[in-house]
Design a protein around this ligand. Sequence first.
Ligand code: PLP
Length: 354
Amino acid sequence: MIDTINIAVTATSNSRLSQVDFNNIPFGKVYADHMFMADFKGGEWTDYQILPYQNLSISPANSAIHYGQSVFEGMKAYKNAKDEVLVFRPYDNLKRINKSADRMCIPQIPSDLFMGGMTELLRLDRAWVPKKAGTSLYIRPFVFATDEYIGIRPSDTYKFMIFTCPVGAYYSEPVKVKIETEHARAIEGGTGYAKAAGNYAAALYPAKIAQQQGYHQLIWTDAKSHEYIEESGTMNVMFMIGDTLITAPAGETILKGVTRDSVLTLAREWGIQVEERKVAVKEVINALKNDTLKEAFGTGTAATIANIATIGYDGKDYQLPQTGETSFTAKVLRELEGIKSGNLSDPFNWVHKI
Ligand SMILES: *Cc1c(COP(=O)(O)O)cnc(C)c1O
């Protein structure tokens, strides 16, 4: 299926592509030549354009800046051996941006706008999709309020935009995480399940404290009792205890990751026992103490799989066993990277060809 919409395209006459060292790409700091933009006004989406990547001009009274009415998504594009551009499960991100938008009183993004804008942008900037193993083009769609108004109410106008960044590996080393038992990321009835801008601002302070204590990231626990594990930073988190893969159910307080779903689907396909249920901190600590916790990892688009090497809890650091080539973590990472880059078959129809 090809999604076509009418887009006014202004191509750059000054590509920055030749200035990029594709062997050494800092995450999220290099932007491809173009960006997609659409405006919501008078109750509808209009003015679809592709422009050279550039700054925006925004009123100091822009309501998204003051009150955070803003949601985003993250996806990745890869190049296969035939130089075709592949995007991993974009329709799941479309569904999720609309779930997030609904929670933040932001108008829905129609499929032809989301898919059509992304498709045209990727066609124009296809040379920016890197090919080397472990690299990809990160795609950042987002919507934010644009009313010039210092009063709290849903904005009447919005911008939907997409830009892209070529990226290398996210974490190069296994991560050291701290189980957070004081602050919370999300509450029942709150916005934890939405990729809403404010969630990430609220997470910075507890993450900063953990970083000062020598950890890379946090493992969030439930806001009420801090006895149950929710996520790790901006990734879902999974534990291999004995031969069972365990992760928290993606309810109101947990962002339902596309990578999470992909890992669980592959695990079930491989006949591994999978449990989506509440995971008690105590259970994980006990498994660490009696050596039944074999693997722990975060799942998310940026890192795909981030191996956890150390878990800190209650002032004590617990080391996890080293994971080798035959571990579930390594196997599922190879499988996912293989499917995404078109090197392995795609039995679940996850890959969308541009
Ligand atoms: C984006 C995100 C994830 C991972 O979702 P993916 O779809 O796998 O990228 C997990 N947790 C949080 C809080 C997130 O923002």
